[in-house]
Design a protein around this ligand. Sequence first.
Ligand code: ZN
Length: 168
Amino acid sequence: MKVHQLQVGNMQNFTYILEDEKTGEAVLVDPSWDLDAVEQLITRNNLKIKYIVNTHHHFDHTIGNEAMTNTTGAKIIQHEASTLKHDIIVKDGDKIRFGESEVVVFHTPGHSKDSICLVGDGKILTGDTLFVGNCGRVDLPDGLGHEKETNFVMQPRTEEAFVELLGG
Ligand SMILES: [Zn+2]
C-alpha cells in the first residue's frame, strides 16, 4: 500500500490517498481544500478512488467531500457516530478493502466522538487524534475527561506497548 500525502489549505491539514499498487484502487482520506492538486495526483497515478474516508466530521477534514464525490463517484465512509452525510458507516475493528489492500478502523474518540484511526501495512493515519509528537486537542465541544478514563489510547503504557497495540 502506497501512501500519498498532500498538505492542503492554510491550517496545516493533510489529505491522504492510499493506493493499492497492484490494481490502482485507492482511498481518499479527508478531502478539504486544494482539490485541483488532489485531482492531479489521482490522474497522474491513474487511480480509481473507491472510497472517501473522513477521520472525523470537522469541516477541515470533510469540506471537499461533495466535490470529490462528484468527480470520482466514490462512496463516503464515516464512523457511525458522525452526523454528516455519508454512504457507509464503520465501527471499531471494521476493515476497509480496496484492491488487494485493506486498512483496519480504530475508533479513537477524544478529539471528537467520531474520530477514527486507519491502520494498514505498517502505517497509521490518525486524523487529529494524534498530531506529530503530540496528542489531538481534547478541549473541543465533544472531546474530554471521560475519554481519559476509558479510551484505550489514553491508558498509561510504554511507547512500545502503544505501537504494538496499534499493530505496529
Ligand atoms: Zn478536527
